[in-house]
Design a protein around this ligand. Structure first.
Ligand code: CUA
Length: 335
């Protein structure tokens, strides 16, 4: 029976490691590859140690025969070579090897040295969402978005990590290990995706009630697609093209929305919540807790506290049903 449980556990662990969008053993970039290689080496070494130890224990259990008196020690001071070899030399060699391999993996990553190169992107953690600032080129090319980090595939991108409140942790398992976002202590992480694709991530440091709902996605695009995306994001927001959207914009600006959110190209300059200038181009809302669609936008505006209790997004109850429809139509036009 215990053997069956052991086998089932092993199978479960192995199957859990086989897939999934946040599998650190399925690396999609150089940093994640180094980390997963190290993980496999360490797993291999320690599995071998465990197997040898269990084999030795089994061997002694099976070979021991006779009574205690027959096994009285013949050499009281003996066996010290065994203790020195098995208890010190071999463990020292193994731990030193793992230590050196670990250091080598760490040295493959840029360290914060107080004067590191200008980062391409700055990610700031908030309870409970990710602010993403693009710092490429001149200030007039800088822009802000949220919860979605676009990068060019096949090129390393330096991200500065900071926090506006408590400690968060940036973790996109297929691209890199965890890196903390510490308020006032910016750190640097260099991520690279080998192939275009969408890589999901998660805040990996408990940061309050909605820590589990603090998701992010990294979208790696071919260089030309990435440049086109950047050009689109630098632009101000789309202006309403019909009466309903125009009404929605008026409601946005007249209701509390504009106090917390920015929509570039309008009077809305709030900085408490995510920049919504190109909201409709994003996959998710509420830090990727919900897919970005009409029903979820309406629900989020009116019932944020039910969906994500304790978040700073209030339930906006000052809108009628018709007004809500216009507001959502406007938000969905913000490509
Ligand atoms: Cu942010 Cu956990």
């Amino acid at each position: 029976m215990p053997l069956r449980i052991l086998l089932l556990t092993v199978l479960l662990v192995l199957s859990a490691a086989c897939g999934g969008p946040q599998n650190m053993l399925g690396p999609a970039g150089p940093a994640a590859r180094d980390i997963s290689t190290l993980s496999w080496i360490v797993l291999g070494i320690f599995s071998a140690v465990a197997l040898i130890m269990w084999a030795l224990l089994g061997w002694t259990a099976l070979r021991r025969h006779g009574s205690l008196s027959e096994h009285e020690p013949v050499d009281v001071g003996g066996g010290q070579d065994w203790i020195l070899t098995g208890g010190f030399l071999i463990p020292f060699a193994i731990l030193a090897t793992v230590f050196i391999l670990g250091l080598r993996t760490m040295m493959a990553f840029p360290m914060k040295d107080g004067k590191h190169n200008h980062p391409d992107i700055r990610v700031t953690g908030h309870q409970w969402w990710w602010e993403v600032q693009y710092l490429d080129g001149n200030v007039d090319r800088h822009f802000m978005t949220a919860n979605e980090v676009h990068i060019p595939a096949g090129r390393p991108i330096d991200i500065e990590l900071d926090s506006a409140d408590v400690i968060h942790s940036f973790w996109v398992p297929k691209l890199h290990g965890k890196e903390d976002l510490v308020p006032g202590q910016p750190s640097l992480i260099r991520i690279e995706a080998n192939q275009p694709g969408t890589y999901s991530g998660q805040c990996a440091e408990f940061c309050g009630a909605q820590h589990a709902h603090m998701m992010l996605v990294v979208i790696a695009q071919p260089e030309s697609e990435y440049q086109a995306w950047m050009a689109g994001q630098i632009d101000s927001s789309a202006q309403p093209v019909n009466g309903e959207q125009a009404l929605g914009q008026q409601i946005f600006l007249a209701k509390p929305c504009a106090l917390c959110h920015t929509i570039r190209g309008t009077e809305a300059h709030g900085t408490v919540g995510p920049d919504l200038t190109h909201l409709a181009s994003r996959q998710g809302i509420a830090a990727n807790m919900l897919p970005n669609n009409e029903a979820n936008l309406a629900a989020w505006v009116t019932h944020a506290q039910a969906l994500k209790p304790a978040s700073r997004m209030p339930n906006v109850t000052q809108v009628s049903g018709d007004q809500l429809q216009s507001l959502v139509a406007y938000l969905q036009s913000l490509y």
